[in-house]
Each structure stands twice: as structure tokens, then as C-alpha cells.
Design a protein around this ligand. Structure first.
Ligand SMILES: [Fe+2]
Length: 280
């Protein structure tokens, strides 16, 4: 690496090589094991296409993505912790006005009304922030995994109002297994781990003068909160999915059981960055 001009690249690759050599010395891989490892990485790459990103999935199930998200958002500012972007962020979501519904008209599942605010670390509202939302369906599939959902279903982009608020209507997402039909599924089976994530909504919040927040909000009544396969759950990211009977509560016009979620996101000062969508 002595000829590497970029100092940060030099530092990163130096450390990577050093740690990988330490791993090889510790584990003393046989030739066959080394070949098996290389074949696994090859299979991970080959399992990727425009609609699926097995590399991101591998980083997620090994806890790499959560560790990076936490290291980049854990400070004393009081900001909302980050959570992994995951393999299902597409970007380019349809823009909606506050109050609109991100679920297609014939969506089944319990209605969910989300009322959220974006605040700074002093509690002041952050107006005009852009908020990307994406979630799985009530059967636990993202639209890109599911022929029966229209393009960009359950994905939307909102803008916060003067009081920092954004709100929308959707349907309750289900928890879901991460895709297990590729090499990551083989790994999880060998580890004897379940592939499930608790029910959650994804958010990416971009605002001038603030560090971008990529995070998730988990349903407090969901299974697998303590064993999320990608380690994304954090106590501060568990939201109260309030259950309401038909005809009662803040949306008493509802004729079926429905849920509400109120959640405040706190952004730290900084410069916005924009994650690269893992799929198109
Ligand atoms: Fe997800």
C-alpha cells in the first residue's frame, strides 16, 4: 500500500489486510476451506441483480450494517439512532402530500395512520425535510418481491411542514423473513438462525444543515424484537402501534380495527448525505 496516494484508502485497506491476515493465521484454513469461502463470495455476487442485492443482505445478517449505522449515529447529541438501510431501498419513490395513503386501493390489512415529527436536538421543528418511507406489505413482502403489488406500492416521499410534522396513511406491515433462496440462506441454515425481522417501517430523512437519518421504527407488539436477524432493533426505535376499535379513537370514521403510530425523529446538525439505493 506504500504507493497509495489517497491517505484514507491507504488506511482502510491497510487495516483490512492486517485483520484478514490475523484471521487467516488464527483459523489456519485448509485449502478446501479457503476455496469454499471464495466460492461462497462468488455465489453472493452472482445472486445479485437489479431487483435483489445479496451483498447488502450478507452485510446485514453478519451485523456489519447495524454496527456501521450505530457507530455513525451514536453520540451524546440525543439524536435518533440510525438503523441499517437494508436491501430494499429503491429511491425515486412517488411524492405524496401529507395525509395521503402510500398503500394501493385494494390493499388488505389493518389501516395504519402515522403521525411523525422531525425535530433538531434542541427540540425545534425541522421544516421542509424530505422523508422517504418504505415498508413491507401486510404479508411481509416489499413490492419489488411481489408480482401482486403495483410499482412503488408502500413507498413514498413526504416533506415536513412548518411544525416539522409529516403524516400519512398506510397498512400495517408484517414482520418478514429475509430472502433465504441464495447463499445467505445457506449460511443462516448452517448457523441454525431464524431469518425473521420484526414488523417495521423504514425512514430516510434529509434536511439542509442536518446529518441524514436512515432508520427504522419497529412495532412494539411484533414477534422477534429480541432476535432480529439483522440486529436492527434498538429500544429507542420501538414505536407504540396503538390499536383502535372501529368507530373509536382519532380516526373514528374507520369501519375496521386500525392502528396509529406517533413518533418523533431527532436529527443532529451536519451535512446531508444520500445513500445509494441497493436495487433499482
Ligand atoms: Fe425492511
Amino acid at each position: 500500500m506504500s504507493g497509495t496516494r489517497d491517505p484514507r484508502l491507504k488506511e482502510i485497506v491497510d487495516a483490512l489486510v492486517e485483520h484478514c491476515h490475523a484471521f487467516l493465521k488464527q483459523e489456519r484454513l485448509t485449502d478446501a476451506e479457503f476455496e469454499q469461502g471464495l466460492a461462497f463470495l462468488r455465489a453472493v455476487g452472482q445472486a445479485c441483480n437489479e431487483r435483489h442485492n445479496e451483498v447488502v443482505l450478507l452485510a446485514d445478517v453478519l451485523g456489519f450494517s447495524t454496527l456501521v449505522a450505530l457507530l455513525n449515529s451514536a453520540d451524546a447529541s440525543g439524536r435518533t439512532p440510525g438503523a441499517l438501510l437494508g436491501p430494499f431501498y429503491r429511491g425515486g419513490s412517488p411524492e405524496y402530500a401529507n395525509g395521503q395513503c402510500i398503500a394501493c386501493e385494494d390493499s388488505t390489512g389493518a389501516p395504519l395512520f402515522v403521525h411523525a415529527r422531525v425535530l433538531d436536538t434542541s427540540g425545534r421543528p425541522v421544516p421542509n425535510a424530505t422523508v422517504d418511507v418504505w415498508q413491507a406489505s401486510p404479508v411481509g413482502l416489499y413490492e419489488n418481491q411481489d408480482e401482486s403489488q403495483p410499482e412503488h406500492n408502500l413507498r413514498g416521499r413526504f416533506r415536513t411542514a412548518e411544525d416539522g410534522a409529516f403524516n400519512f396513511r398506510s397498512v400495517r406491515p408484517a414482520g418478514y423473513p429475509v430472502p433465504v433462496d441464495g447463499p445467505v440462506g445457506v449460511l443462516l441454515a448452517a448457523q441454525e438462525r431464524h431469518p425473521y425481522r420484526p414488523a417495521h417501517l423504514h425512514f430516510a430523512i434529509f434536511a439542509e444543515g442536518h446529518a441524514t437519518l436512515v432508520s427504522q421504527v419497529f412495532a412494539d407488539d411484533s414477534d422477534h424484537l429480541d432476535s432480529d436477524v439483522v440486529f436492527g432493533v434498538n429500544r429507542r426505535l420501538v414505536g407504540k402501534f396503538e390499536h383502535h376499535e372501529a368507530g373509536s379513537g382519532p380516526h373514528s370514521e374507520q369501519r375496521d380495527v386500525y392502528y396509529t403510530l406517533d413518533f418523533d425523529f431527532i436529527l443532529a446538525e451536519g451535512t446531508p448525505t444520500f445513500p445509494t439505493p441497493p436495487i433499482q
